[in-house]
Design a binder for this molecule. Structure first.
Ligand code: URA
Length: 435
């Protein structure tokens, strides 16, 4: 087989055969296909798309290109959850303890921040001592005993995705539904769970800007799951505003703990209860109504917060950093951004809120950057709420004035105070399941 012929087929709009896909993935991982030919193939897929059969086969080959995780030693039905990435999304940290308190389990590999969106592993590592490089034996032991285990993605899971993603990033081929769907689902298929719940973010702070695109991505991923024998459900959720009010690693961990104690923002609380109930029901632990009631009860009666403390301690994290960050980190500077006029708080661009938090130090501008765990921002009002002139809109935290200036400039672009209340938008836009 020759790469030239595969490129000619795909450029002409033909579907790649199973043999062509297998040959390409082998060559990609062995390093025998030059980057310029892989890039050309990515561009041909970007322009011509993929059929459903072709995409399922391509994703399966990606999933098998590296290590696959065996979760069979963990009792019960394992349901994985994945968010396509947004601003202020700390749901994994909240879901794990709720599920565990209700008799479920979360055994999950998570990632680091990417661009303007944060990552669960960075958030967890803001607790001094928290270990995110668990070996398989400890991962399984914690899932079976505590009910929650979260570890970083190993470099060898879905190896082909690492190579393809690095090239997509520099060839303007990131934003393609088949390429995003296969990238996400290859990692999920390799991660060993029995079922998958996908949270597809839609809006100004997400890859998918419209519900139509979000639905197309959701359908593609649900179909890949079905064709590869894994029940997959996707929920489309609103990312026209940050989830909750805190954006930044330690700030989000504090908000997560507050939410587990029943004192979280309404949108974050609702989404976490919805996702927990869905995951418990997918795991066969009750009817949707019963699972929802149990998730609510676990938050109200303190069982979920107790599980959170157990889990953080089991992975070595120091919870005292949530109550007394100054005992662990240099105290950040704080700047309050106030409303210049009265009206209603509106978010013009959730992406710019994410960019503001990166500028403050909460994310990486280059791969080598260190994260400032105490940096970030906390909205002082929820979008849609009335605000008076001079009232705080947001508190910014950073190590120096220059970062605060940059963060404030971005934040002022991102927020607006409108004379009329913006129309309320639903949090949950749609649910996509296999037919
Ligand atoms: N997340 C991924 O893992 N891959 C993509 O292509 C986009 C988001």
């Amino acid at each position: 087989m020759r790469m030239y012929d595969i490129l000619e087929h795909k450029a002409a709009g033909r579907c790649l055969t199973e043999a062509e896909i297998a040959w390409f993935m082998d060559g990609l991982c062995a390093g025998s296909i030059p980057d310029y030919q892989t890039s050309a193939l990515l561009m041909a897929i970007f322009l011509n798309g993929m059929s459903e059969d072709e995409l399922a086969c391509w994703t399966d080959a990606m999933a098998r290109s590296g290590d696959t995780v065996d979760l069979s030693a963990i009792a019960g039905v394992k349901v994985d959850k994945h968010s396509t990435g947004g601003i202020g999304d700390k749901t994994t940290v909240i879901l794990g303890p709720i599920l565990a308190a209700c008799g479920g389990k979360l055994a999950k590999m998570s990632g680091r921040g990417l661009g303007f969106s944060g990552g669960t592993i960075d958030k967890l590592e803001s607790l001094p001592g928290f270990r995110t490089g668990l070996d398989e034996a400890e991962f399984v032991r914690l899932a079976n005993t505590v009910g929650v285990a979260v570890t970083g993605q190993t470099a060898r899971v879905a190896l082909a995705d690492k190579k393809l993603y690095a090239l997509r990033d520099v060839t303007a081929t990131v934003n393609s539904i088949p390429l995003i769907a296969s990238s996400i689902m290859s990692k999920k298929l390799a991660s060993g769970s029995d079922k998958i719940l996908l949270d597809v973010k839609v809006g100004t702070g997400a890859f998918m800007r419209t519900a139509e695109d979000g639905r197309a991505l959701a359908r593609a991923m649900v179909d890949i799951g079905r064709r590869n024998g894994k029940e997959t459900v996707a929920v489309l959720t609103n990312m026209n505003r940050p989830l909750g009010r805190a954006v930044g690693n330690l700030l989000e961990m504090q908000e997560a703990y507050e939410t587990l104690r029943g004192r979280g923002p309404a949108d974050l609380t609702e989404l976490c209860l919805w996702l927990s109930a869905k995951m418990l029901a997918m795991a066969g632990l009750g009817t949707p109504e019963d699972c929802r009631a149990r998730a609510e009860a676990a938050v109200e009666n303190g069982a979920a917060a107790e599980k959170f403390r157990q889990w953080i301690a089991a992975q070595g994290g120091d919870l005292r950093a949530l109550e007394a960050p100054a005992d662990f980190y240099p105290e950040p500077l704080c700047r309050v951004v106030r409303a210049e006029a009265g009206g209603f708080l509106a978010v013009r661009s959730a992406e710019d809120i994410g960019k503001a938090s990166v500028a403050l130090g909460a994310g990486r501008q280059t791969k080598e950057d260190a994260i400032d765990y105490t940096a970030g921002l906390v909205l002082a009002a929820s979008p849609g709420e009335p605000v008076a002139a001079g009232q705080p809109l947001c508190r910014l935290y950073a190590a120096d004035e220059a970062r605060l200036d940059e963060g404030e400039a971005l934040l002022r672009e991102a927020l607006a105070v409108e004379p009329e209340a913006p129309p309320a938008e639903p949090l949950i836009l749609d649910v996509v399941e296999a037919p």
